[in-house]
Write a protein of this length. Structure first.
Length: 198
């Protein structure tokens, strides 16, 4: 391949990556920044962003945490009550994205097209969750670009059974907010005083 063609391809790749939506999960353990793969998982990314935009994730917890596997959240309150969701979405696991360490994917029931709001972040490579002709898999739709140390710290939290669920952190790990990068709200100014941002 000619050098100038390779350079153009490199620029195009970076341009495509720059257009991927980015979000910040602000949790009680720290911030986790994600890049979402809008081209590879358009339905899933649109669904996730819709939940983020309407504030659905605020006050939900990481309710299922398994060391050396994954952390799951985005649907339960600290009282282990499941929040009402939008309709389920299509499983896009055939996008052939792999469940590598640091990727984010949709949680679902045994029915492939049942994902709603819940997601999980892989703490290790979990390739058995990939799509194959004999396995419908789980849809990978993004990756952690900053804050993997936060994910790792959540993954080793003490857990136990609670309200019929297993692997629940003993101390609730709360998602305080999901911020879409570029849509952050500025702090309001009042009568000459400015409140410090958090």
């Amino acid at each position: 391949m000619k050098p100038w063609i390779a350079a153009l391809l490199l620029v195009a790749t970076h341009a495509a990556a720059a257009e991927d939506p980015q979000v910040i999960l602000r949790t009680s353990h720290g911030d986790i920044t994600l890049r979402l793969f809008a081209e590879k998982a358009p339905v899933t990314v649109e669904n996730f962003l819709a939940y983020a935009e309407n504030g659905f994730y605020e006050g939900t917890i990481f309710h299922r945490v398994i060391p050396n596997f994954m952390i799951q959240g985005g649907g339960m309150t600290p009282r282990m009550e499941e929040k009402p969701t939008r309709d389920p979405i299509k499983n896009e696991s055939r996008n052939r994205l792999h469940h590598e360490r640091g990727t984010i994917a949709m949680a679902r029931t045994n029915e492939p097209d049942s994902a709603t709001s819940q997601f999980f972040i892989n703490v290790r490579n979990n390739f058995r969750l990939d799509w194959s002709p004999s396995n419908p898999g789980y849809t990978v739709f993004g990756e952690v670009t900053d804050g993997m140390f936060v994910v790792d710290s959540i993954a080793i939290e003490p857990t136990g059974p609670l309200m019929g669920h297993g692997d629940v952190p003993v101390n609730p790990i709360v998602i305080n907010e999901v911020v879409i990068v570029g849509q952050e709200t500025e702090p309001e100014e009042a009568a000459g005083e400015t409140e410090p941002g958090e």
